[in-house]
Design a protein around this ligand. Sequence first.
Ligand code: KIV
Length: 271
Amino acid sequence: MSIEGKNRIITTQRLLEMKEKGHKIAMITAYDYTSAKIVDKAGIDIILVGDSAANVMAGHETTLPITLEQMIYHAQSVVRAVKNPMVVVDMPFGTYQGNSKYAVSSAIKIMKESEADALKVEGGLEVIESVARIISTGIPVMGHLGLTPQSIHKFGSYTVRAKEESEAQKLIEDAKLLEQTGCFALVLEKIPAALGERVSKELKIPVIGIGAGGGVDGQVLVMHDMLGITQDFSPRFLRRYHNLHDEMLAAFKSYVYDVKSGDFPNEKEQY
Ligand code: KIV
């Protein structure tokens, strides 16, 4: 039991055991209290308060503009809602690259103010000093390799990463380095399935894929994409479980019609 009376059943140790037993890990993004509560009820293992909030919540083209304070706000809303899943928060762009001292103070600020369980950072060797220092404070860190959206201006596009042998080799080395440094799990985004499976086999820590094939230890999707709320994003890896965009649109149209026609509120809907 934590001091909050919450009873998070998914810990870093539990995730390791899940990998050892071959139990797949289900992870999804959430950014607000109401949807995090539903996701918890569904039995999700990990909620990622992703910096994809910059895209789906705030309408930015990239994840770069979101701030530390905005990530903390989203994380607080999610943490308030959940009991069982682990809550992992993305460290936003500019808060850990380049300066490991600043990385530690950013990490501590997120953990103190949100009461989340862990943090996620993008990159390998380039950010390893920051990763090591954050872990040394006792904060669990999840790595993220492959397509790393915070480096989109370096990549130039959102195409599949690590198809070339040299990039695949660097990814494998980075993955091992992150594990040796103490990361408790790793996200691999948009890479060939064979490479995802290879990394998963070579690491002891769980590897969670988004467009990394079925041979990894778990999957993560962005909530708004899998619910079909977003319409203009259709990568091959995305399975849409609903077409909420159309359902929401129909509901909003009905509401507008009912208000304008005087049908809402009716006799029973007033005092
Ligand atoms: O921010 C995010 O949603 C992510 C996932 C794509 C893994 O990092």
